[in-house]
Design a protein. Structure first.
Ligand code: ATP
Ligand code: MG
Length: 608
């Protein structure tokens, strides 16, 4: 019998380094992350990165931090050599690095050149490592700080090269890694240039709240900055700060939810769960807010040494962290209340104005306008832009005409209210209100739905929903599946005022309904409920089911789009919205109203 193995032997130290490097440095972005972290730990105030071929050809990270002496530089590329554990205490890690393996790992698989100089030294030192072998140390001119140059990453481990993506994708990953670290360091300037990425230049700001928001705006966009609420909460040594987007500003994936623990970017399911919990009744379940949360805690309460790339941590008391997160988010969102609705987004405004101010072109005739008057039906669009033609105008002057926009002239409504005074109903769907410095357009159905939902929720929390017994139970025919879904959740339904019982093989009987509910149309509601509950696919928590039920009831019992509202009704709707926290977005996370400030209108017309 032939043995493939001829006994145990000790591996060559360089091979050991290459194996270890596989865990720490799996792609160029990982090397960039380690080098930036080193620069941050060295208290740099400016960090610049240059890459070629997605980082495969070249990574150069320059910083103006404390630098290294010649003897430290030699140690820096040795495995398990670090300046960051002065007391050998793994429970008090305050730096991003602590293992002393990033530089040796990178050096093991590339051609590495480090040039560094401290404040005390007159001249710098340059050290070269080639595939793990130190290849010379010599004095070199250098300003204070460190420059690390990595060429031909993974040339010494060709197998790894095969797993890399295209240059562009690798470059994007590098940019992502830099942005994540930059979010936590608003006082440090970051720049990235190279082929395959658009350059990034994040100027340094202050280390306070304003600086943090400015930095997040640089990275996540101005719209995020304008739609974010401040998060701030503490319990003992545990503190949470940061910014979270209003429910109306959301994304299709939770990718833009960032968590930092003591300044370290980490991935943790805890955040996902906390965000779900905090936003659950404000946002559709397939939409996700944008969030950057910074947790500060006693280093002894979190283990950072659980992941090769230090991208995960383990909390000693995850439940405490989670509950503080949910509480902080909830509180901020409730306080934001009305802001939840958007002032018209900057880019929307720009798209309006873009047409008119395209460079090089004089006024461009919008395509919806007819070429010459009177040629076709589109002419109506010109004569009555947005429906404010003659007949609508007549309404403003008080002419009588049924089924057209209603003009409230109520004395009680004042433009001083946050949502102003109702002036018209448009298309039977939108309420137009005038505020002291602009105007507001309310989606009547979405707004009312939210109000009903909030009212039911309040009732339920306070005294339980009061029920009303139907004199004659309503019988609703349903499929066996739908009946099963309903009866599975009978307890939640009863809790919400809806008492449903089986009634023969293909039907249920509704015996009691919430007192606030109009008795008719219960059948349609119950059918919808069965479908929604069925879509949950199996038993769910009472709370989640109850929430769905409330939303469905709210949807069935709010004014439809298309129903004409009287002036008093419109104003009552506006006042109730103002008084209801969370009324700024509908139950699906869309805004219930938009506001246009006069100054924005002036911009639209080129008056500013
Ligand atoms: N840009 C830099 N400026 C100053 N000193 C640096 C810099 N980069 C590395 N060093 C020094 O070199 C040492 C080794 O760096 P390396 O990244 O390999 O390990 P580490 O940061 O200590 O731990 P980790 O492996 O977790 O990153 C550091 O402890 C630090 O003293
Ligand atoms: Mg390091």
């Amino acid at each position: 019998m032939v043995h493939g193995m001829s006994g145990i032997r000790r591996l060559d130290p360089i091979l050991i380094d290459q194996i270890a490097a596989g865990e720490v440095i799996e792609r160029p972005a990982a090397a960039v992350k380690e080098l930036i972290e080193n620069a941050v730990d060295a208290r740099a105030s400016s960090i610049s990165v240059v890459i070629e071929q997605g980082g495969r050809g070249l990574i150069r990270v320059s910083d103006d931090g404390i630098g290294m002496s010649a003897s430290d530089l030699r140690l820096a590329v040795e495995r398990h050599a670090t300046s960051k554990l002065p007391t050998d205490d793994l429970t008090r890690i305050a730096t991003l690095g602590f293992r002393g393996e990033a530089l040796p790992s990178i050096g093991a698989v590339s051609r590495l050149t480090i040039t560094s100089r401290t404040q005390q030294d007159d001249v710098g030192t340059e050290l070269r490592v080639d595939a793990g072998r130190i290849d010379g140390v010599r004095p070199a001119p250098m300003v204070r700080g460190t420059r690390v140059e990595v060429r031909d990453l993974f040339y010494a481990t060709p197998a790894r090269l095969k797993f890399l993506k295209g240059d562009r994708a690798e470059a994007q990953a590098v940019a992502q890694a830099m942005k994540r670290l930059a979010m936590a360091q608003p006082a440090v300037r970051f720049s990235l240039t190279g082929d395959g990425v658009s350059s990034i230049d994040l100027s340094a700001g202050t280390a306070d709240e304003a600086g943090q928001l400015a930095r997040l705006g640089q990275i996540l966009g101005r719209d995020f900055r304008d739609n974010a609420v401040r998060i701030l909460s503490a319990r003992g040594p545990l503190a949470i700060s940061g910014f979270a987007s209003l429910p109306t500003y959301n994304r299709a994936t939770p990718q833009e939810q960032y968590l930092f623990v003591n300044g370290r970017p980490v991935r943790d399911k805890l955040l996902l769960g906390a965000v779900r919990g905090a936003y659950h009744d404000m946002i559709a379940s397939d939409r996700h807010p944008v969030i950057a949360l910074f947790v500060e805690m006693d280093p002894a309460d979190v283990d950072v040494n659980v992941h090769p790339a230090k991208a995960e941590v383990r909390f000693r008391e995850p439940a405490a962290v989670r509950s503080l997160m949910v509480g902080a988010l909830r509180e901020a969102l409730t306080m934001a209340g009305h802001r939840a609705s958007t002032t018209l987004r900057a880019d929307m405004l720009d798209s309006f104005t873009g047409n008119m101010t395209a460079p090089g072109a004089a006024y461009q005739r919008p395509s919806y306008l007819p070429r010459s008057p009177g040629t076709n039906g589109a002419m109506r669009g010109w004569a009555q832009p947005h429906g404010f033609g003659e007949s609508a105008q007549a309404q403003f002057e008080g002419a009588e005409r049924p089924a057209a926009p209603v003009m409230p002239q109520s004395e009680t409504a004042s433009t001083a209210h946050p949502l102003g005074a109702a002036r018209a109903q448009l298309h039977g769907t939108y309420v137009l209100a005038e505020t002291s410095d602009g105007f507001v357009l309310v989606d009547q159905h979405a707004a009312h739905e939210r109000l009903v939902y909030e009212r039911l929720k309040r009732q339920r929390a306070e005294a339980g929903v009061s029920r009303q017994i139907l004199l004659i139970p309503e019988i609703v025919e349903l499929s066996a599946d739908d009946i099963a879904s309903l009866l599975d959740h009978a307890a939640a339904l009863t809790d919400l005022g809806l008492v449903v019982e089986p009634f023969g093989p293909g039907a249920v009987a509704i015996r009691e309904v919430p007192a606030s509910m109009v008795a008719s149309g219960t059948g349609a509601l119950v059918r919808d409920l069965a479908e929604t509950l069925g879509s949950l696919g199996g038993p769910v928590m009472l709370e989640a089911a109850a929430d769905l039920v409330l939303k469905t009831i709210a949807c069935h019992h709010s004014v439809r789009a298309g129903r004409a509202l009287k002036p008093d009704e419109m104003n009552a709707l506006l006042r109730e919205m103002e008084a209801t926290p969370g009324a700024g977005q509908c139950n699906h996370g869309r805004p219930t109203y938009v506001e246009l400030k006069l100054k924005d209108v002036e911009r639209l017309f080129g008056r500013r």
